[in-house]
Design a protein around this ligand. Structure first.
Ligand SMILES: [Fe+2]
Length: 168
């Protein structure tokens, strides 16, 4: 069996294999969570019914397109380390803290579900960010920060939407 020297530095980037393996493990968990989230957004985009159809149909389309781009960026960062991004659908379901939807949902329930899934993603992003920061990995840190800014904004907007629309 091939033995890997975890202290050996990546020839171009200067990180050790141990450092990139740590960041990769968390990045792959982020990818798993994000893939399930992406799939749910598409499900909601297709299957929403009722008075908020156009609002939810449109916002979920914007969000799933953005999710796809962010997943791609995180996966390509993992490849930049010379590691393998998580790619199995079965693996995503097994690893993800975000769970898939198995029943019909009202528009309100969909938005509440998205808000709570964003919270899961945000805590996962913090973990990747902490590892990147402690290993001097500026590029991963910047990528995670960009994704976080956008998700936090969506969290605010969707929370405002459900509170305004449904809590009266
Ligand atoms: Fe569509």
């Amino acid at each position: 069996m091939e033995t890997v020297d975890l202290k050996e530095a990546h020839t171009k980037l200067g990180f050790t294999r141990f450092e990139t393996a740590q960041i990769t493990a968390k990045a792959n968990l982020l990818i798993a969570n994000y893939q399930i989230f992406f799939h749910k957004l598409q499900n909601f985009h297709w299957n929403v019914v009722g008075g908020d159809f156009f609002d939810i149909h449109e916002v979920t389309e914007e969000m799933y397109k953005e999710a796809l781009k962010n997943i791609d960026d995180v996966a390509e960062r993992v490849r930049t380390f010379g590691n393998t991004p998580a790619y199995k659908l079965s693996g995503y379901l097994e690893e993800s803290d975000i769970t898939e939807v198995t029943h019909d949902m009202s528009g309100e329930y969909m938005v509440r579900e998205i808000v709570s899934d964003i919270e899961v993603l945000l805590s996962c992003l913090i973990e990747v960010h902490e590892l990147a920061a402690s290993n001097g990995d500026i590029a991963t840190k910047a990528l995670i920060e960009r994704i976080t800014v956008s998700l936090e904004k969506q969290h605010w907007q969707l929370s405002a939407f459900v509170n305004q629309k449904y809590s009266e």
